[in-house]
Design a protein around this ligand. Structure first.
Ligand code: ARG
Length: 458
């Protein structure tokens, strides 16, 4: 007999039981379900809806069930459909008819909503810790590479020289925003849906603030219809997760490129690389590739839930049961991605000499030469034109700008004087970027300092 079997004259088909059940995956919420029920039972007696003695017996029963689950002796059953009804059934088997009082003044609709919020709030704390670890690694890498010069790119073409520390600190900003975005979405999910009942509230004089306080929510959902219909918090989490994965994926893409012989800027540690089953010489950046690949999976989960929710009339619809596999999948994938990515960059070898060598070609000092002429009074557009012609001359004569003689410089503009030779030095070009937030050493040191100050606030 189903817990809701009263109005039925036949039992459900076995196929339907299996199809309808969510216990396969929502058993993950068992701890949160029991914690929610314990607070609910406390509230019921506090509000004189059940007696104190009844409440204590229910709570003790629930605590025993939690212990039993943890020691692995409980077997959930598909015929009881989901974690909520499985636990209620186990409770009733344990403490008798009293167990049937637990569901007074609530519905599975508010119950599942509170379970997911409790679960997700906890997981976000873990994910934020992982981002924090990554931020610490980025600071360490930057500090070790203040003087490591490399090409900066646009369109994947050498553009202007920068330092590796500057490049790494760009990612620091992205992951800092990711951290704050996750914290921000926690604030909005920090309201208690329990007590909403099925959709309209309940006829009991309950104390929802009491439960909110017990379960660590900062408030209650104001509208019960919204409380049971809302999955925005999952969507926000998956949006924030998609952005995190997008950042990891861009970084992985760079590491994959940089690991190629064509770049040869970094080498992954052997413990973070894989070989080929046929080509004995191969060392592949599989880990970075797999993180890049899993990004698609997290985006997929976001689109999955957005699509599920887009045409659901208020309030609960069974479609919403599909929210959990995709949420769990996202959480279970983003955590190892962050953790392994952090270890991978912590252990990778940075080939400083190769990075520096790469700055020797590509005319990355061309903008600096144009700026030189501007500071001598030429409008920028005219300076751009002159330097463009100089670059063409260099290409035709197989030279770098810094190889040109003063006479050659002067043949393009009489504004050039002897000090141009210093100005085109790559290191000088980096240090000449004096605007706030630029690649020059002082600016990067300042960025690292600010980054560390941010970490102290976490
Ligand atoms: N297993 C359900 C879910 O995950 C719980 C809520 C069921 N509520 C209902 N009225 N069928 O969404």
């Amino acid at each position: 007999m189903k817990l809701w079997g009263g109005r039925f004259s036949k039992s459900t088909a076995k196929l339907v039981d299996e199809f309808n059940a969510s216990i396969y995956f929502d058993k993950k919420l068992c701890k949160h379900d029991i914690l929610g029920s314990i607070s609910h039972a406390k509230m019921l007696s506090k509000c004189n809806i059940i007696s104190e003695d009844e409440s204590l017996k229910i709570i003790n029963g629930l605590k025993e069930i939690l212990d039993d689950i943890e020691s692995g002796i409980i077997e959930f059953k598909v015929e009881y459909e989901d974690i909520h009804m499985n636990i209620e059934k186990i409770l009733t088997d344990k403490i008798g008819n009293l167990g049937k009082k637990l569901h007074t003044a609530r519905s599975r609709n508010d119950q599942v909503a509170v379970d997911i919020r409790l679960y997700l709030k906890e997981e976000i704390i873990t994910i934020c810790q992982l981002i924090k670890k990554l931020l610490i690694t980025l600071i360490k890498l930057s500090e070790e590479n203040i003087d490591t010069i490399m090409p900066g790119y646009t369109h994947l073409q050498r553009a202007q020289p920068i330092t590796f520390a500057y490049h790494i600190m760009a990612y620091f900003q992205m992951f800092k925003r990711d951290y704050l975005r996750l914290k921000d979405c926690t604030h909005r999910m920090d309201f208690l849906p329990l007590g909403a009942g099925a959709l309209a509230g309940t006829t009991y004089d309950t104390d929802r603030d009491f439960i909110a306080n017990e379960l660590g929510f900062k408030g209650i959902c104001e509208n019960s219809l919204d409380a049971v219909s809302d999955r925005d918090f999952i969507i926000e989490f998956l949006s924030a997760s998609s952005i995190i994965m997008m950042h990891l994926s861009r970084f992985c893409e760079e590491l994959i490129l940089w690991s190629s012989s064509e770049f040869d800027f970094v080498e992954m540690d052997d413990s973070f690389s894989t070989g080929s089953s046929i080509m004995p010489q191969k060392k592949n950046p599989d880990v970075a590739e797999l993180i890049r690949g899993k990004t698609g999976r997290i985006y997929g989960n976001l689109f999955n839930i957005l699509t599920i929710m887009k045409s659901l009339p208020l309030a609960y619809n069974k479609d919403m049961q599909e929210d959990k596999p995709l949420l769990f999948d996202a959480v279970e994938n983003i955590k190892p991605c962050l953790e392994i990515f952090n270890e991978m960059i912590y252990t990778m070898k940075i080939k400083k000499d190769n990075m520096k060598k790469a700055t020797k070609s590509g005319f990355m000092n061309a903008t600096d030469v144009a700026d030189y002429l501007v500071k001598k009074g030429l409008p920028f557009r005219s300076a751009h034109e002159i330097v463009g012609r100089m670059v063409l001359y260099c290409i035709q004569n197989n030279k770098n700008i810094e190889d040109l003689t003063l006479e050659e410089f002067e043949s393009f503009s009489s504004l050039f004087s002897d000090n141009i030779k210093d100005k085109v030095n790559i290191k000088t070009c980096i240090e000449a970027k004096i605007s706030m937030g630029s690649t020059s050493t002082n600016n990067v040191i300042n960025m690292i300092k600010k980054g560390k100050n941010f970490l102290y606030t976490l």
